[in-house]
Write a protein that binds this ligand. Structure first.
Ligand code: OGA
Ligand code: NI
Length: 364
């Protein structure tokens, strides 16, 4: 219906054309930028600055996913054993020979790039300091309402399951994202079956108890623009993720570091691999046998880095607590209190998140 009075669509237009925050991308592209503004300057603690490449004697675990399906019984059993060890000793592993086509991974990264290359006004339509359950959030830094120092990162977070959401631009984003999310959800659920078995539980234990048919799946696409003084700024501070697993891919530029035996390990990745991070709810469910990995992202002055995290998580109303099959009152009492997933996310949003600060709040 044609109308001459201001209506909802016009109001929407005016929101659409206002810039709510300055993105790192805008800052990084301003011609006068030669140093990192003080609001982004990070004082690092030299004591925890032991950064190294992986040791040949203790390499980052690599899981051949195909062996879970087509391997001999021995190969399958070994793969499940290796999965368990990786979750226990690293909280981190790489997956090769998986079920997500390489072309789809590349297409998805291209679409993420295309999203960040939209006009700032178009992206800021999704901006705002909103709730964790809002379907699409475009933002900057890490936990913007809490960060004392800002992080050199822009992001878009999209809830893609149980209900699928997507920005409408760029045009091919929606279809690519839908397919990518379906494939990664399948990969995540299959890995969790192997992980259930590695804990001595039935294969579908995690899927069932975490209600993954209605599980929360979020993608977080991160943009790390080139930084003039990369030693002074951080892309993301040390933290662990909520959810069960985080399946991460990137555009060929490294920047992820994982904490292993008190050292920061640089993660370099070949294309076509998934970097899998064990997340807080798997630590809780396994009663601490498996550890969520503390990780961070560093920035570079040369290249733009894109990473795309896919969080596979319990349904929002699932109360996550240690599996009763893995606890007993005498020798192995529950080490975490149960909490609804949604409340856990809210705790994460409203707290200063550093290392495992949120997980520590549910530790007994
Ligand atoms: C995340 C994350 C690391 C990276 O999105 O939770 O930790 O390398 N990303 O971008
Ligand atoms: Ni993370």
């Amino acid at each position: 219906m044609a109308s001459t009075t201001p209506d909802a669509s016009q109001n929407q237009e005016s929101t659409k054309n206002s810039i709510i925050f300055r993105s790192v991308k805008t800052l990084a592209e301003s011609p006068e930028l030669t140093s990192v503004p003080s609001s982004y300057t990070f004082a690092t603690n030299p004591d925890d600055e032991l950064v190294t490449d992986p040791d040949d004697d203790d390499p980052i675990p690599v899981i051949d996913y195909s062996l879970l399906f087509t391997g001999t019984p021995d190969q399958r059993a070994k793969t499940i054993h290796d999965l368990g060890r990786a979750c226990e000793e690293w909280g981190f592993f790489m997956v090769i020979n998986h079920s997500v086509p390489k072309s789809l991974m590349e297409k998805m990264v291209d679409q993420v790039f295309a999203f960040f290359n939209l006009k700032e006004e178009d992206k800021q339509e999704y901006a705002g300091n909103k709730n964790v359950t809002d379907p699409i959030r475009y933002g900057t830094s890490f936990n913007a309402s809490m960060d004392r120092v800002k992080f050199w990162r822009d992001f878009i977070k999209i809830i893609v399951h149980p209900e699928f959401h997507s920005p409408d631009k760029p045009p091919a984003f929606r279809d690519t994202c839908e397919e990518y999310c379906r494939k990664t959800r399948e990969l995540g659920r299959e890995l969790l079956k192997g992980i259930s078995e590695s804990l001595g539980l039935e294969a579908d234990y995690i899927d069932r108890t975490m209600n993954l048919d209605h599980g929360l799946q979020i993608i977080a696409a991160n943009l790390y623009s080139p930084c003039p003084q990369p030693d002074l700024a951080m892309g993301m501070p040390p933290h662990s993720d909520h959810g069960l697993l985080n399946l991460l891919i990137q555009n060929g530029v490294c920047g992820l570091q994982v904490l292993h035996n008190k050292k920061w390990i640089n993660v370099s990745s070949a294309p076509n691999r998934f970097l899998v991070l064990v997340s807080d709810h798997l630590e809780i469910l396994s009663n601490g046998k498996y550890k969520s990995v503390v990780h961070r992202a560093v920035v570079s002055n040369k290249a733009t880095r894109i990473s795309l995290a896919t969080v596979i998580a319990p349904s929002l109303d699932t109360v996550v607590e240690p599996a009763s099959e893995l606890t007993d009152n005498q020798t192995n009492p529950a080490a975490y209190v149960g909490m609804k997933h949604k409340d856990y996310m809210e705790l994460q949003r409203t707290n200063h998140l550093y290392g495992k600060s949120v997980l520590n709040q549910v530790k007994i």
